[in-house]
Design a protein around this ligand. Sequence first.
Ligand code: CA
Length: 131
Amino acid sequence: MQILLVEDDRPLAKGLQQALQKQGYAVNHVETGQACLHVVKTEPPDILVLDLGLPDIDGLAVLKQIRQHTKSLPVLLLTARDSANDKVAGLDGGADDYLAKPFEMAELLARLRVLERRLSTVKSAEICIGD
Ligand code: CA
């Protein structure tokens, strides 16, 4: 499972990357919205973990651009913004899930497993159609 982690907070990103790798995920880490868009286009991940507060493009704007190209990529938003309005904006903007910082690693991992399960359902359905 390939995860693209977009997070400009280096200590947090490093901790996340190590924890995810420990769970067997392959993690590609970038720090800007621009880099995220580039990687999504050139080497699409299975799951995108996207921080909203990025140094160049706002995470929500990044998400909107991604959704113009692909509806199927599972996206989990990470952010310090935890008001209801921000959650609604994130989910309406095309996110599949939303986690407010600070969060427990165990919760992030559980939410990723949910996205993963959904992904395998979609994939096996596609195989059935092909047959
Ligand atoms: Ca940030």
